[in-house]
Ligand binder design. Structure first.
Ligand SMILES: [Zn+2]
Length: 358
């Protein structure tokens, strides 16, 4: 960003980097997270995942498409805006955000609540294969807990086994998954049990507590309240007097800052007729001479906080194919990195020119 002539560069206390181009009244942001997942077994890689390699116009390595390729594109998109004077009356924030892989959106909760930056729209630069994406399903992490009364395992009738109280709940959760609703574009919600555990004073005693961990994927029609209410109203949960708890995330960032949040990552879906989507399409057509594909992500992004929690419209556009994210074959075509940079440069003018100020 220094080499590209940014007007201001900050690293905030969480460790997000924010670079600014221009100082107009229309505030926009481009977001790429700078963290990656681990590499897994290095033997699965054909290149050193941390050194990368370039072959036939494709860059391989951890983070190539998720999403250091897009980071290069947005930084250079900002440079093109500055050099060609494309910003108009915009302030463009180019953001390298942190901790996305662990807790999507936490970085933007911090930027919006504590950072003094509030864009009117945000582009999420996660890989879309240069299509325009309108959203994705959300998710939640929920625990259901039952309590028992422990006693000697030789006379279980003296106690109450928490695992037996959990058993009908497990069956009810499986049936609940089949009835969850949604809408056609993002699809239906899902729920699955990802872990089950119990406690007992000894392996020769009746279990005194049992816990299941639920991975709940949220449709556009689901909310935190509706998802929790569905679990709480299951007959087995009522009968067992089980506790339903939405979990918290409180892990320090690389700078040591802990910013606790609930593990509730709401669905977001930009309406088809929204000016942000129209402007994205106009910028694309102006550059490439045809309308873009419109789609949605299968995975989750920082949009859960920006649009899902804060109601700031988001649109997705990024280089690379999301199917390579988190894989040992992670890769990105350089041609897409370059084309994406051109779109990031054209977007602010297309948006601010077409969409009236809010
Ligand atoms: Zn990502």
């Amino acid at each position: 960003m220094t080499a590209c002539g940014y007007d201001e560069i900050r690293v905030d206390p969480m460790g997000n980097i924010l670079g600014r181009i221009g100082d107009g009244p229309r505030v926009l942001a481009l977001d790429a997270h700078v963290d990656t997942v681990d590499v897994g077994n290095p033997a699965n890689w054909s290149v050193d995942p941390f050194r990368g390699d370039e072959r036939d116009g494709i860059v391989y390595g951890r983070g190539a498409c998720d999403m250091k390729g897009a980071l290069a594109s947005i930084v250079y998109g900002g440079r093109i805006v500055r050099e060609l004077g494309l910003g108009g009356d915009c302030t463009l924030w180019v953001v390298g955000s942190v901790q996305e892989e662990d807790c999507d959106g936490l970085c933007w909760q911090y930027i919006l609540n504590e950072g003094g930056v509030r864009p009117e729209a945000v582009v999420i630069a996660e890989p879309t294969n240069l299509a325009l994406y309108r959203g994705h399903r959300g998710r939640m992490e929920i625990e259901v807990r039952t309590q028992g009364v422990s006693c000697h395992g030789s006379a279980p009738e003296r106690g109450v086994n928490a695992v037996y109280k959990m058993a009908p709940i497990v069956a009810d959760i499986e049936r609940l998954n089949a009835r969850l609703g949604g809408e056609p574009f993002l699809g239906t919600g899902t729920v699955t049990i990802s872990e089950i555990r119990s406690t007992s004073p000894s392996l020769c005693a009746v279990a005194d507590s049992a816990t299941i961990h639920l991975d709940r994927r949220l449709a556009a029609t689901d909310t935190l309240e509706s998802a929790v209410g569905e679990i709480e109203s299951l007959p087995s949960v009522r009968a067992a007097g089980a506790q339903v708890v939405v979990l918290d995330y409180a892990v320090p960032s690389w700078r040591g800052l802990t910013y606790p949040t609930r593990k509730y990552y709401p669905t977001w879906l930009l309406p088809e007729e929204h000016p942000l989507l129209q402007a994205g399409g106009a910028a694309y057509e102006g550059l490439f001479g045809r309308p873009p594909e419109i789609g949605r992500w299968v995975f989750s992004t920082n949009g859960v906080a920006v649009m899902g929690l804060h109601g700031i419209p988001c649109v997705g556009f990024g280089p690379g194919n999301e199917t390579y994210a988190h894989m040992a074959t992670e890769q990105i075509p350089i041609d897409q990195v370059v084309r994406a940079a051109a779109w990031y440069a054209a977007f602010p003018g297309a948006y601010a020119g077409a969409a009236p100020a809010a």
